[in-house]
Design a protein around this ligand. Structure first.
Ligand code: UD1
Length: 418
């Protein structure tokens, strides 16, 4: 059990460097299986999911070397094996082994993936697409056995542009005969990052990052190299922290196009910043306006920044409304925010009202999921007094080296392991 302890209300200045994107890295590692040889993935973040993915890769007889922030993966001697439940439930991204093992061996046995409890999170879009490519899917007590004598490329229409399903089908389509076309694909940058590794290995993929992706299958893929994009959600979280406590706080590793929705929103509510190359500079804003935010798929406002920005809006003047359209259980952080002095009201399953500005007071709180934990971390940083966050391992799942990064810019923050 990790506990983060924060003595709040300290000004932050200096530079924070953004790590590689969690949601890219967790797809790029399984994607390396599609190489007949070796892959190198640079800028891998220091988060727990990576350790579990490496365990699964090693179970499948891939050699993985972790040097500094790079992973060197040799998948030339890969063997297909059932993936035990105790590994697959550790994270959501274990579902990418479905796509890659199906492409490589025409068979995969794996349990329903894990991940934060923020809603039902079914994987029906992935499964339906695998079936359309010719796979048979058997589900017994949450255990999936997916087999295909042959996958055949075809046009697939997604009822919803799911990030996971888009990447998973792109991976499976590498092993299909002919061309697969995904219509209504998700457009998140992580999809472009994964496509760029596959293209570097020799795959023919067009349109990643747009609504229509075309994948030519049945290609043997060779060595590949890729750099993980900077994490847009980590960037957004530190930008929010800068708007509350910064004194010329510099955030390095920004790709502006990936966080446009957040940048437009904070500008609208009176927060100023400047960007020079990949570095954004931001200072505390004392006059934040209230607003309305609706979470949407990319390029809309990301659901993963919804909970962090809720804390920012506790400091805005007036009534803000957040509409969460992706998940049905993503306001759990507000219980503890209110205990710290915020006024938030859940108006309906997906609508939250925040009334500010409110002074927050440190107390003992519990992280219930990754981004909810980030919301409490931000609250602790701005609160008077001491905040103790239990279950902080949730936060560490998405924010590599978070305690040192914040300490280095002036926060009074510690972590303890029990
Ligand atoms: C990914 C991210 C997660 C982020 C989310 C939305 C990873 C490992 N996780 O999750 O951090 O919050 O994108 O940006 O990359 N859905 C279905 N059926 C499916 C698939 C999804 O109904 O087969 C629904 C989900 O329940 C959810 C919505 O579609 O309501 C979005 O899900 P999706 O885009 O697939 O997100 P994840 O891949 O789970």
């Amino acid at each position: 059990m990790s506990k983060i302890i924060i003595d709040g209300n300290h000004e932050l200045s200096g530079e924070i460097k953004i790590s590689g994107a969690k949601n890219s890295a967790v797809a790029l590692i399984p994607a390396a299986i599609l190489s007949e040889n070796k892959s190198v993935i640079y800028n891998v973040p220091e988060i727990r999911d990576i350790d579990y993915l490496i365990k699964i890769m090693e179970l499948l007889n891939c050699k993985v070397e972790h040097k500094n922030d790079a992973l060197y993966i040799d998948s030339s001697k890969i063997e297909n094996k059932p993936i035990p439940e105790e590994l697959s439930v550790q994270m959501r991204a274990s579902y990418y082994f479905m796509g890659v093992l199906l492409a490589k061996f025409g068979k995969v046995e794996i349990s329903f993936p894990g991940g934060c409890n923020i809603g039902a999170r079914p994987i029906d879009i992935h499964i339906k697409a695998f079936e359309e490519l010719g796979a048979k899917v058997e589900i017994v007590k949450n255990r999936y056995t997916i087999t295909a004598e042959k996958l055949i490329g075809k046009k697939i229409y997604f009822d919803f542009p799911s990030v996971g399903a888009t990447i998973n089908v792109m991976l499976a389509a590498i092993g299909a005969e002919g061309t697969t076309i995904i219509e209504n694909a998700a457009m998140e940058p992580e999809i472009v990052n994964v496509a760029s590794l596959l293209i570097n290995m020799g795959a023919k993929i067009h349109g990643a990052g747009t609504k229509t992706i075309e994948i030519e299958g049945n290609k043997k893929l060779d060595n590949g190299v890729v750099e993980v994009f900077p994490d847009r959600i980590e960037s957004g979280t530190y930008i929010i922290i800068g708007a509350l406590l910064g004194n010329n706080l510099k955030i390095k590793g920004i790709i502006k196009e990936h966080i446009e929705a957040l940048l437009m929103k904070i500008k609208e509510i009176g927060i100023n910043y400047s960007i020079d190359n990949d570095t954004l500079t931001i200072s505390k804003c004392n006059d934040i306006k209230s607003t309305y935010i609706k979470t949407l798929v990319f390029p809309g406002f990301p659901t993963d920044l919804q909970q962090p920005i809720t804390t920012l809006l506790t400091q805005a003047k007036g009534k803000s409304i957040i509409e969460e359209t992706l998940y049905e259980n993503r306001f759990k952080n507000t219980y503890d925010l209110n205990r710290m002095g915020a006024i938030t009201n859940i108006l309906s399953l997906n609508k939250l009202e925040i009334i500010g500005p409110r002074k927050l007071k440190g107390t003992n709180v519990i992280a219930t999921d990754l981004r909810g934990g980030a919301s409490l971390l931000i609250a602790g940083l701005i609160a008077e007094g001491t905040t103790t966050i239990d279950n902080s391992e949730y936060i560490l799942r998405g924010y590599g080296d978070v305690v040192n990064k914040l300490k280095n810019v002036g926060a009074n923050i510690e972590i303890t392991e029990e």
